[in-house]
Design a protein around this ligand. Sequence first.
Ligand SMILES: [Zn+2]
Length: 519
Amino acid sequence: MLFEILRGDLAARIGRISTRHGTVETPAYVPVIHPVKQTIPAHEIREIGFDLVITNAYITMKSYGQEAVHRGIHDIIKYDGAIMTDSGGYQVLEYGKVDVTPPDMAAFERGIRTDFAIPLDRPTGLGMSYKQAESYVKHTLRVSRETLGRHGGDDSNQIWVGPIQGSEHPKLVTRSTKSLTRMGYKMLALGSPVEFMESYEYRLLAEMIITAKRHIPHSVPLHLFGAGHTLTIPLAVALGCDTFDSASYILYARQNRYISEDGTRRLDELEYFPCCCPTCSKYTPAEMLQADLEERTRQLALHNLYAIKLEVDKTKQSIHEGRLWEYLLKKARTHPKLYEAITSIITTDDVRDAFHTGTAQFKQKAVFLYSHEDQYRPEVAAYHRTARRFRAKGKSIVVVTPETKSKPAYLSREYREAYRHDYDGDGDDNVDNSSIQFCQYNPVLGIIPIEISDLYPAAHHVTAVRPYNPELHVEFAETWDRFFAKNNFEEVRYYKNDEFIGHFVERLDGIRKRYLPDK
Ligand SMILES: [Zn+2]
């Protein structure tokens, strides 16, 4: 099997891709290697822990010709891990066209024995008209079909990667993805988000990934072209990208830019290095500024590789722990534009569906709930769905109180005391609570009928106690409305000083409202 999935969270997965040059664990950052003028030798990049790199077959062809076919790409760039080759599509995007035909390029990629080969595509850039993008998509699909027809069936175990085009036109992305999948591509690649990132178009990027992912079988890994920023990686991974390449480590280094977990800095802005990689342990920013250009670029590029590796590993550990949601929202706080994008992306139906399907229904660990944004996290949304279906059979009174500290709620002291309390209010000693539906609530998690208060994550969460603005809790409102529509309560009881629930009680018509005796 080409791709083995070990674990998932949101739409992300930890997986393994088998190649002729070893196993690549995903999600994986794929550093771009220049076949001629590479600053950091590829074998050093392997030592840092990158098992897959990407290099350019077109430049290799232009610089080495048939020699590359004799020696093989692994010898050309001196790298013994897995290699992916881009076929010149990027040059098409930059310069309009390349002087080689797709069949010749495909034969060359086969000849140099690359592990992952990409047909010579014609990328659709950001801002391209629909008509033009459509003609590029058609061209790329025709080339992809021919290439796979000629080289896909061979026994060399070379993995052909189908290039999805269409950019910001969802119809074209859909068409492109569906066609490539039908053709039998075992791995797909999505282009060309560099431009999206440069213009902070995270939302467009997310939509493009989601559109493509909807039509990609679960077992097919997805590569993202041009994503190598610590702010973009967790988002792209959360949306289901498995590998992503970029030359960011060296491009930034050449501009004296230092990658950190919350963006990039200019070297001269740094008084301290917020990192302890070998480079940052050895130098101070002042010392590095004094180094000659070549050494400084080299050291910065090395640091940048470590910084990206750290970001990928943190993201992977979050998937492992089932805390990618928490990590994504933490990450969102690093830049207002990212925050804006992420908090808006997570409310869309498409993203919620994608996150839902990849997230385990029950987890080992409690979920952390901080604010109304967490109402969209998949585990919480799943609980809302269950509460919306809940039937309180034969109950005419509903009691709604804030959540208790000890969980599950039915084992809490407060519940046991409440249950013993004479709720029928007739003043005699005859306590009969059989007509009462007890519920607790959590502003994020919604209404918690006592009978399902042990269902994950009702008893497995830690919520920040703070004033919650009921207006922002649209999921709560929806669950509340459906809960009351499904069950024919005659009376609702709640605490007078509970403003949050008071807001929702006001929405109810045709029901008696009574305060509970003060606690
Ligand atoms: Zn460092």
